[in-house]
Write a protein that binds this ligand. Structure first.
Ligand SMILES: Nc1nc2c(c(=O)[nH]1)N[C@H]1C(S)=C(S)[C@@H](COP(=O)(O)OP(=O)(O)OC[C@H]3O[C@@H](n4cnc5c(=O)[nH]c(N)nc54)[C@H](O)[C@@H]3O)O[C@H]1N2
Ligand SMILES: Nc1nc2c(c(=O)[nH]1)N[C@H]1C(S)=C(S)[C@@H](COP(=O)(O)OP(=O)(O)OC[C@H]3O[C@@H](n4cnc5c(=O)[nH]c(N)nc54)[C@H](O)[C@@H]3O)O[C@H]1N2
Ligand SMILES: [Mo]
Length: 766
């Protein structure tokens, strides 16, 4: 950690030897070098385990090195030989632990024993599993109403754990399922069904081999899904056009050296990735998308007038969609002046992007958090869908829409029932199979759960993985509300901030990780996960568990369920946990798309959950794909301050969400520090500030609540005017809870209006 705080630009390609070295360092730091390499060789291979890193898909014929720098780090972090034991908890009160940085908490290593908070000593002390479960049951059964409890899920949980978890919460009586996906791709889950009838992507990995163009909006693959770089590199090499839309010039979107490629590694050559990188303003994507579509419409009219082939795919539009007239009317009514101002790109650039897209016979449209985490996240998603539909780029080989999911099983968790807005059909099936009356009212998502906590209604919070208290918006206020709960329960592998932001009673329940063997009554178990491309496959850990006291996630859930629901529960918890194949049979019984589940995961690579839109079957109320109009350019009329900057909060290259691997961000040239604000030179100069100076950042809101972070170091960089960036989670205190997409409730963590002033805190900046 003794890294000097510096800022120095990075000029090499992304990937390469530095990526390998970084992975090696991560393994060494966690003291797992040899065992780590052996474990990595089983990652994403048939019979092995699914990388706990990102949700990118596995190829059909994996290379022996089907992992990446950041996947390697994720595994090293789980496999660490460091242990966070009862002795450690005995040496520090929880108040003392609060002074630890998140990084220091994480570096304590794997949790070994179930722990219970003891108020009089202000310490976590060991507790037996039976007593821990009984405490959960006691609190839940004491509630006047099951909706006073929140059941949070982070997207690493397997399908088996997630299914049991939702069954437990619904048998208990609530649909309160705040989920990490509510802060992530919810705009996809809400936006895409309205457009194309399915809330997931339509692309398979093999489509990347056939696409002539790949458009990447607001996603940073070199860091957050590095295995996607293999597809991008191959596409670039065969001459496909790659266009990126991002306020940062992300290094991996410019140039990449493939660590899996012996020739590039030996000769130190690399591959250029993006044909063009468009530095769109933060929040300016609807403008770019409308601009590109406006160009397509104009080019189509010109082509038709000249008797040439049309630019829009009229056969598809007429046969498969509704809404073209309204969409074109909206594009005609949107002026280029407004598009240019809002996007920060020139008309030439946008028309160029539109023309490059139109030249591609087959195109894939990829997107990530830069699109979804806005007040207009749903609209962003739907305008991307429009752009795809206008050229018939859905439901053909080599085409499609590709939302890149975050956590390795976040998509699967939703598929098997983690949702606060369950369908009637699904609830009816639960009722018929288990004979209990599932709650029918919609439950809480992350935002409404936090609102309920702020109102003092919520009493119990249970977290299946994750680091809720650090990942949520409006940290100062929302953490305060969490401290007023009666009980907080965290099923976790490592100590984190959420365990310290605890209720009157609190439990930390340590679980097995993905890489570890999970032995139940019937023998060793596998779990299953679904990736970003809807492939479902098995994951089997082979390492010995970090401690003999750990339980698997399904077993912990079953334990809580039995203690809460009692012997009269119609669900055979113990039998199901004894053999996960039986849980999969239950999943299949409730969700017919899993037909033949246990047999189909025997096939290496697993199976694909059919996506109707891929077959051009549109499960929308109109029975067609809907071209949806979004009014205007999604500006926030309430923000009138001339000096306002739009802040986006992003991940560094060396973190996994709230888990920090180091304080550096190699590709953006920042070392040993994370309290930085990226801003362009003109914006810095215009305010009479200087690169390297410290600023205080305050959110511009009308609700009278002050949200600020102080002493952030300015880092001058190539960034669009009017926009700035800081790291998540350090900047989460700035994101107001009520600043969310009204449709999907996704917090607008990529679009926060802020003002900055020179900070009184000016330590030796360099
Ligand atoms: N190593 C690693 N892998 C991960 C994660 C991790 O933290 N570390 N997290 C996992 C999770 S849960 C998720 S959801 C994914 C996240 O992966 P990404 O979607 O890549 O997430 P971010 O880094 O938050 O932001 C994405 C990009 O959006 C750009 N951006 C910001 N604002 C805007 C905007 O207004 N418009 C446009 N066009 N672009 C914008 C940023 O510059 C950044 O390049 O990765 C997953 N994989
Ligand atoms: N400002 C801002 N806020 C954001 C975002 C942003 O871009 N900007 N991104 C949002 C997004 S996309 C997401 S997905 C959320 C992430 O929110 P979460 O999913 O809640 O957070 P993580 O940091 O991924 O959770 C890390 C913790 O998971 C636990 N863990 C790791 N592996 C396992 C396991 O196998 N089992 C169990 N039970 N626990 C495990 C460890 O204890 C670790 O400390 O944050 C959101 N918040
Ligand atoms: Mo995410």
């Amino acid at each position: 950690m003794g890294i000097v705080k510096t800022v120095r630009p990075y000029h090499e390609p992304a990937g390469g030897w530095r990526a390998l070295r970084a992975m090696g360092t991560a393994l060494l730091e966690q003291h797992v070098a040899l065992a780590g390499m052996a474990t990595l060789s089983r990652m994403n291979q048939p019979g092995g385990f699914d990388c706990p890193g990102c949700g990118w898909a596995d190829p059909k014929h994996p290379s022996p090195f089907e992992y990446c720098e950041n996947g390697g780090k994720a595994v090293a972090w789980e496999m660490t030989t460091k242990r966070c034991t009862p002795d450690f908890f005995a040496s520090f009160s929880v108040s003392e632990l609060e002074a630890f940085t998140d990084f220091e908490l994480e570096m304590r290593g794997r949790l070994t024993h179930p722990m219970r908070y003891e108020a009089f000593s202000d310490r976590y002390v060991p507790v037996s599993w039976a007593d821990a479960f009984a405490l959960v049951g006691h609190h839940l059964n004491a509630l006047p109403d099951p909706d006073r409890a929140e059941f949070y899920t982070s997207g690493r949980a397997s399908n088996e754990a997630a299914f049991l978890y939702q069954l437990f919460a619904r048998a208990f009586g609530t649909n309160n399922f705040p989920d990490c996906s509510n802060m992530c791709h919810e705009a996809t889950s809400v936006g895409l069904p309205q457009s194309i009838g399915v809330g997931k992507g339509t692309v398979l990995l093999e489509d990347f081999e056939k696409a002539d163009a790949i458009l990447i909006f607001g996603q940073n693959p070199g860091t957050n899904s590095p295995r996607m770089m293999t597809e991008l590199r191959n596409a670039s090499r065969r001459g496909a056009t790659i266009l990126s839309f991002n306020p940062f010039r992300e290094r991996a979107l410019e140039r990449f050296q493939a660590p899996q490629n012996p020739v590039e590694m030996a000769t130190l050559t690399s591959t250029p990735i993006s044909s063009r990188l468009f530095q769109v303003k933060v929040g300016g994507d609807v403008a770019v998308l409308k601009g590109m579509m406006k160009h397509l419409v104009a080019a189509d009219r010109a082509a038709q007038a000249a008797g040439q082939a049309p630019v829009l795919d009229w056969d598809f539009i007429r046969g498969h969609s509704v809404g073209i007239e309204a969409l074109i009317a909206d594009l005609d009514a949107t002026s280029w002046d407004d598009i240019v101002r809002r996007s920060g790109l020139s008309r030439d650039d946008i028309e160029g992007a539109g023309a490059a897209y139109a030249r591609a016979e087959r195109a894939i449209l990829v997107y990530g958090m830069g699109i979804t985490q806005h007040r207009h996240g749903t609209q962003n998603v739907q305008q991307i869908a429009n752009l795809a539909l206008l050229r018939g780029n859905i439901g053909r080989e080599g085409t499609g829409i590709c939302p890149v999911r975050g956590h390795s099983n976040v998509q699967g968790d939703r598929t098997v029932g983690i949702t606060e807005i369950p369908t009637t059909e699904f609830l009816d099936r639960l009722a018929a199979r288990y004979g209990f009356a599932p709650p029918r009212a919609h439950g809480h998502n992350v935002v409404t759960a936090l609102e309920a906590m702020l109102r003092g209604e919520t009493k119990v919070f249970i977290g299946l993985g994750g680091n809720f208290a650090a990942a949520i918006p409006d940290l100062a206020r929302t953490q305060e509300a969490m401290r007023r709960l009666d009980l907080t329960v965290h099923i976790a592998t490592k100590l984190n901030r959420s365990h310290l932001v605890h209720g009157r009673d609190a439990l930390i329940l340590p679980c097995l990780g993905r890489t570890e063997t999970d032995v139940q009554a019937s023998g060793p178990q596998s779990v299953t996960v679904e990736d970003s491309m809807s492939m479902v496959h098995a994951s089997t850990g082979h390492n010995p568990p970090a401690s003999e006291h750990l339980m698997s996630e399904p077993a912990i859930i079953a334990g809580m369920a039995r203690a809460t629901l009692g012997a009269g529960s119609p669900i055979p918890w113990e039998r199901l946990v004894g053999d996960y194949a039986l849980i999969r049979e239950e999943i299949e019984a409730i969700f017919p798309i899993f037909q033949g589940y246990n047999a189909r995961i025997e096939v290496p690579g697993g199976f694909h959950l059919t996506s109707l839109a891929r077959e051009r079957i549109w499960a929308t109320p109109t029975g067609k794909a809907n071209l949806l109009v979004c009014e205007g350019l999604c500006e926030d009329p309430a923000v009138t301050e001339a000096e306002a900057l739009w802040l986006t909060t992003v991940r560094s290259h060396d973190q996994y969400n709230t888990t920090l691997y180091s304080l550096s961000d190699r590709y953006r040239g920042v070392y040993g520090q994370r309290d930085v604000l990226f801003l362009n030179r003109d914006e810095i100069a215009r305010r009479g500030l200087a690169d390297g100076e410290r600023v205080d950042i305050t959110t511009i809101t009308a609700d009278g609540v002050e949200r600020a972070v102080r002493g952030f170091r300015l880092v001058a960089c190539d960034f669009p005017a009017g926009s700035c960036a800081a790291y998540y989670p350090e900047a989460n205190a700035l994101v107001p809870l009520d600043a969310h997409d009204p449709q999907s409730f996704t917090p607008a963590s990529k679009g926060v209006p802020v003002r900055i002033v020179k900070s009184p805190l000016q330590p030796g900046a360099r």
